[in-house]
Design a protein around this ligand. Structure first.
Ligand code: HEC
Length: 224
């Protein structure tokens, strides 16, 4: 292969004197050749096939069942998806102190992270005219499991998938049930000796449940 001088290629006056300039010319030539080599079969193929996408793209691999099972951990409001296992608030208290109190406060009252316990305002939603009258000039209460979460089962799903933030997914099933029981008991929703499991947890009626209604307003897709 004959290599043209840089001055010939670029049409510029001057001499190729340094090896640095020589390297630049070589790089240019090699890049051009590589582009042609890589591009031509692809172009030929594109011309000869229809617009239909290929059956396979040639990357990725089938996900094994175990991987899918590890990720398929959602728990529905009615408890669908809850695993076998159980726990009580008594067992949860020690776990809570060890794994959660540093961020959520020793009693769940909140610290660097959200409070998990809060039963005010008593018997009314934490918003609306009744609440404003109750609150008067005092500060807003935080929204918590006790005054704002409509389903107890969400606690299981959330703690299992997201907490503690330093090691999400690290808790065993019984540990999650115990922590759920502890949070519910601290919010005076269940007695501290009540066992939480796949049957009992969906039956827990949350104080905020009746403040949430199905959104059946019209004005969605049927309008468009
Ligand atoms: C390193 C700090 C940290 C630790 C430890 C931690 N959390 Fe959290 N937690 C957070 C933060 C931050 C949030 C808010 C996350 C967000 O809003 O996206 C949160 C949110 C929550 C919530 C939702 C609160 C709400 O009302 O929205 C629950 C329930 C919860 N954590 C439970 C736990 C439990 C149980 C443990 C112990 C296993 C734990 N957390 C340990 C930082 C922590």
């Amino acid at each position: 292969m004959t290599v043209m001088r840089e001055s010939q290629i670029l049409g510029l006056p001057g001499q190729l004197t340094t090896s640095l300039q020589m390297n630049r010319v070589m790089t240019l030539v090699v890049t051009l050749v590589m582009t042609l080599v890589v591009a031509s079969p692809a172009m030929a193929q594109r011309a000869s096939t229809s617009a239909a996408p290929p059956d396979r793209f040639g990357f990725g691999e089938p996900a094994p069942h175990t991987l899918i099972e590890d990720l398929d951990i959602d728990v529905g409001p009615d408890g669908t998806g809850l695993p076998e296992g159980e726990g009580t608030a008594q067992a949860g208290a020690a776990l809570y102190r060890r794994l959660c109190a540093s961020c959520h406060g020793p009693e769940g009252e909140g610290a660097t992270a959200n409070p998990l316990v809060g039963t005010d305002p008593p018997g009314i939603p934490p918003f609306g005219p009744e609440y404003e009258a109750w609150r008067g000039s005092s500060r807003d209460v935080p929204l918590t499991v006790g005054n704002y979460w409509p389903f107890a089962t969400t606690l299981f799903d959330y703690i299992r998938r997201a907490m503690p933030t330093s090691a999400p997914g690290s808790l065993q099933t019984d540990e999650v049930f115990s922590l759920v029981a502890w949070v519910l008991a601290e919010n005076d929703i269940i007695p501290s000796d009540t066992e939480m499991n796949a049957e009992t947890l969906p039956q827990v009626r949350m104080p905020a449940r009746s403040w949430f209604v199905p959104d059946d307003r019209r004005g969605g897709p049927e309008v468009r």
